[in-house]
Write a protein that binds this ligand. Sequence first.
Ligand code: F6R
Length: 604
Amino acid sequence: MCGIVGYIGPKPAAPLMVEGLSKLEYRGYDSAGIAILEDHQIEIIKRKGRLAELVSALEAQDLTGKVGIGHTRWATHGKPSHENAHPHYDCSKSFAVVHNGIIENYQEIKKKLIAEGHKFISETDTEVLAHLVEKHYKGDLLQTVHHVIGLIDGAYAMAVIAKDEPERIVCVRKDSPLVVGLGEGENFLASDIPAILKHTRKVFLLEDGEVATITKDVVEVYQKGEKIDKELFKVTWDAEAAEKGGYPHFMLKEIFEQPRALRATFKGRLNNGAVTLDEMRDIKGLDKINKVYFVACGTAYHAGLVGKDVVENLARIPAEADIASEFRYRDPIIDDKTLVVVISQSGETADTLAAMREAQNKGAQVLAVTNVVGSSVSREADLVIYTWAGPEIAVASTKAYLTQLAAMYLFGLFLAQERGILTPKQTSEITKALRELPGHVETVLEQAGKVERLAHEWAKRENAFFIGRGLDWAVAQEGSLKLKEISYIHAEAYAAGELKHGTLALITEGIPVVALATQGRIYDKTISNIKEVKARGAHVTGLVFEGVDISETVDEVIAIPNTIPLLAPILSVVPLQLLAYYAAIARDSDVDKPRNLAKSVTVE
Ligand code: F6R
């Protein structure tokens, strides 16, 4: 996600900005920029792409100013580009602003400002902040920022400099982190502690609504216009741990970020018992669509498997899920009544892109479900639903998958709602259950210790099985892939009813099996299949809803909070992610960078 840095003191600010931003690179970004204040002038240098591009651009400059703010941007509003990169000026170049988060009412503000004569250069929500500061500035930047935050809705961490106030930086946060680092005769600002850790371990952690003015000698913090005393926080951990937010690996951090990621996916899309998907407003012939294909690779394909069931179940439209590398070569039967949904975290996967082009050539509309704004998939698709999981660093996908599932429910429900398949009451019940999911994921995560103990046993084995029926089978496939890719334990996912047609021969004494049994309609059938593997000596962990008594049938039980069975995958996959993670740790694998694998597969 985006990163912010700031400096005021006796040293040239530009190199410190670059150094701070380099410590935030792990968060993911697609452009970077700095604003340096010197001689009552603000110079902004920014570049699309890696920080190295910005560094080369700076080599041609002679920036000696000692006040600066900097930013790495991960595109949300507007594609990755030079214009959209931060910092942003106002019309008169008197102010520069960097911002993380989203200004929800920026469109109406922008419209008004344009009518008043303000000229906008970017597509970002952030630029309205610079123009608002310009409009309301009456000689006191602190007062102006206080005023401006009363006009905006949304989440923000923002820092502003003014050419006429070269002695200070003003910053504010709401729902987006911001810290002020305290030095000797110099002070720092950052969205994340690693950016300033080389210079100071003394920080103020700003709380929501707090505004700070930072000079080289003094930091003052205000809440609702009143100056407050801030408690000093002493950082005791090292920079690497801080980048991972205190977690030992990105994968674990990302697993634990899932409640937040889900909330971001649902934000603004579940309103008054209905689904709002503005992204779908340009869909053509919604009532004529007679086939939906989900096309993707790996984990994203597993999200497509859930998507298929969701669309058939809720919208009653025939649906298929297909692996992109197969789909593209098998001459699929597609026409203009087909909607092809490509799912891709990175939006750059070569097979998914090729499958998408194939579908478009055959006349289908393509909807992309992706996490990366401005990615190839998002640019070429006819429609895009962003998952808003935030950058995913670990090679093994976790939070991106969960948010892809969330997108599947939003999309399926949207189709059902728009085609009048569900009654408003039914839709409202499902939206209510969706809203509860982030909290339920938090509850599942509380069982991490139990899963870790189980994983230590699994780590001693070379083979394992995941079984289930219906949606449980879809999740079993994801659980199996996760275990294989990071722990290197061989695992098979099987439709529980299919075991006895061959695979049962592999079930021997002590072999670990996870049996998912969340789908009430076929629960009894799954229980029979569990008994088949138990009778052959398997060590079975049953994954069921709370209150379901399966303890007589299995060796271990993992319970997930109750929800509508259709939504169970969002909860049942979480213990499987943890199981893979802890088994990999016990086997000493390189969890975040498993052997032979890459995060983005841009070759066929
Ligand atoms: C597994 C994993 C991969 C990706 C696949 C598609 O944990 O991450 O299977 O899901 O390579 O990648 P995207 O979603 O970027 O198209």
